[in-house]
Design a protein around this ligand. Structure first.
Ligand code: RUB
Length: 358
């Protein structure tokens, strides 16, 4: 089976008129269950509870969610329709705050719904939501093509969290250059951070790479320094949830420390991200809202037992206090470049980012 045939089985999200279908990422890698979301409230819940996750997929889900809301409101007059869409947008926007893709998707869908009859506005929102997904596919492929050029034969790549096909359709951001290398039969090896607390690396990235038959090994989050200082890692590639105009980048918690370690060890550190991940209204990382999630994500762990039954376990003493910021900011000075659908953006980032996306 070719890489492309294998990729088709790892789809993040699809829209079929009012229904959204997605692989429930909470159950991976133990169960590949496709769930159907019937209305926009179900979609909000799926984003909030991370059945769908990853900046790009959250953005697509939000656009599709607004399409669902528009279809749900088709019997309303124009005034009530507009109020309904405004309320639905606000609710979608508050479902997860850090990834800018969500806001960009909502803004794009609202913009095409500024004029016309209710029927025309519904059609425009639906078309735009599909176009967001289509644009993501194109960006994902181009990121792969540009990023692959940075990988030498037998490169050892470290990645954090999951920025593959389930995070960003259709072959991810950080994993896209890796998939392109596989397509071109270039030998490479991937070190996968487990990515506590939700273990997106251990549960999703490792699963995706094994499905695609790309050689990898899972490492614990605090082992990256060991592998770097022992010259086992040649390059780091991560995704992004929001990038400020100066290049400061929000990504999954732990990204910052990997970037500092990479600099200390003279290892290039790339962020693979499409235009949808850049926030041109945000001057620097300090202005990026960081999502704080439930402490239960740290105190408990889920998986399957020997009978393959889903189990959740508490790993700490009862009532253990835990802080759980979901993202951190990597200052631009630690980033070697941004792999985008427009090519590699180099320093000075203020200039290259503005030139690429103005
Ligand atoms: C996901 C995360 C990923 C980026 C990848 O966090 O931090 O690295 O979203 O970006 P979470 P992209 O699992 O909490 O959503 O989607 O652009 O690949």
């Amino acid at each position: 089976m070719s890489v492309d045939e294998k990729l088709k089985k790892i789809f993040a999200i699809k829209r079929e008129n009012k229904k959204i279908k997605l692989i429930d990422q909470r159950l991976l890698p133990h169960k590949v269950k496709i769930i159907t979301l019937h209305n926009y409230n179900e979609t909000i819940e799926a984003i909030r509870d991370m059945a769908v996750r990853g900046a790009g997929s959250i953005g697509v889900a939000a656009g599709y969610g607004l399409a669902q809301a528009a279809l749900e409101a088709k019997h309303l007059n124009l005034e009530k329709f507009n109020k309904f869409i405004k309320a639905a947008s606000d609710k979608l926007l508050s479902s997860r705050p850090t990834a800018i893709n969500l806001r960009h998707s909502i803004d794009r869908c609202l913009k095409v719904a500024e004029n016309g009859t209710v029927t025309e506005r519904i059609q425009n929102i639906c078309n735009e939501s599909d176009k967001i997904a289509f644009d993501d596919i194109k960006a994902s492929r181009l990121i792969g093509v540009y990023g692959e050029q940075l990988l030498k034969e037998n490169s050892n790549i470290l990645t954090h969290c999951n920025a593959g096909a389930l995070a960003y359709i259709d072959q991810g951001t950080a994993l896209s250059p890796i998939i392109e290398a596989k397509r071109r039969h270039k030998p490479i090896f991937v070190y996968v951070d487990e990515t506590r607390p939700r273990n997106q690396g251990a549960k999703i990235t490792a699963w995706e790479l094994s499905k695609l038959e790309i050689p990898y090994a899972l490492i614990v989050d605090n082992a990256a320094g060991y592998f770097m200082i022992n010259k086992k890692i040649d390059v780091v590639i991560v995704g992004a949830d929001r990038i400020a105009v100066n290049g400061d980048t929000a990504n999954k918690i732990g990204t910052y420390e990997k970037a500092v370690l990479a600099k200390e060890n003279n290892i290039p550190f790339y962020v693979a991200a499409p235009s949808m991940s850049f926030d041109l209204k945000c001057e620097s990382g300090e202005r990026i809202e960081i999502e704080h999630r439930s402490s239960e994500e740290i105190t408990h762990i889920s998986g399957v037992n020997d009978s393959n039954e889903y189990t959740k376990l508490r790993i700490t003493a009862k009532n253990t206090k835990a802080y759980n910021p979901s993202f951190d900011i990597t200052p631009a000075k630690y980033i070697s470049g941004f792999i985008t659908e427009k090519g590699l953006l180099k320093k000075p980032f203020k200039k290259s980012i503005k030139n690429a996306f103005k």
